[in-house]
Design a protein around this ligand. Structure first.
Ligand SMILES: [Zn+2]
Ligand SMILES: [Zn+2]
Length: 226
């Protein structure tokens, strides 16, 4: 197997227990060299709400969310946003290398096996972006791992997120609307909303609101990077 990011051969050092195990081995699509450039977020004294690393308690952003908007974040993420993640998303999203959707398959899969939800949905691309790219990057990142439900739609934005400053992003009005399938769910079901990157939390907060306003109370969010 070759690394999807750099093309190097991946050496799988299987443990004896894995070779004789009857459970299927989760495929790995990233080599050790590329993996070493990642900064995992696990066990880093993260903010218990948004997973910001080395926060030493609830971070200032989450305190603002809670004080001003009475919203409690329940977010988890796998890797800190760094140069490697930046380059990865550039290749994957901007240059449309859809094969890269599987680069973190093993990591996301292993998270999915430890965290259970009744309903899993995702942040969809806006119609404009979908047409431009030809695929939905968040959907493709998770589609092989979770039983994804299409519950949200996104309006086309006036200005791309990347061109906005932090304050503009936090103040963006609601950009999502609900799909009719949302009405088939029961309010006590646990909901997980997936995104690719968590920056200010605004996008996931908007998606969260769609469920919250309809009476759902058990809502969590997840992103590959934070
Ligand atoms: Zn590699
Ligand atoms: Zn936080």
């Amino acid at each position: 197997m070759k690394c999807l990011n750099c093309g190097s051969e991946i050496t799988n050092n299987l443990k004896i227990i894995e070779i004789f195990s009857l459970t299927p081995i989760t495929p790995n699509y990233i080599c050790n060299f590329c993996r070493q450039q990642l900064k995992p977020l696990i066990n880093r004294d993260n903010c218990p709400r948004c997973f910001k690393p080395e926060s030493g308690g609830i971070c200032s952003d989450c305190q603002i969310w809670e004080k001003n908007y009475h919203k409690i974040n329940c977010h988890q993420a796998l890797f800190e946003y760094n140069q490697f993640i930046h380059s990865y998303f550039k290749l994957y999203k901007r240059y449309g290398d859809i094969l890269l959707a599987k680069l973190f398959y093993q990591d996301i899969k292993s998270w999915s096996l430890k965290n259970h939800f009744d309903v899993v949905t995702y942040i969809p691309a806006s119609p404009g972006h979908l047409k431009e790219r030809g695929f939905d990057p968040v959907y493709e990142l998770y589609a092989d791992i979770f039983d994804l439900q299409n519950l949200l739609s996104k309006k086309d934005a006036d200005k791309p997120q990347a061109q906005k400053n932090r304050l503009e992003r936090m103040k963006t009005p609601q950009t999502f609307f609900a799909q009719p399938a949302i009405n088939q769910l029961s309010k006590d079901q646990s909901i997980l909303i997936l995104d690719d990157i968590y920056t200010t939390g605004r996008t996931l907060m908007h998606a969260h609101d769609i469920f919250f306003e309809r009476g759902f109370t058990n809502i969590s969010t997840f992103s590959l990077s934070r």
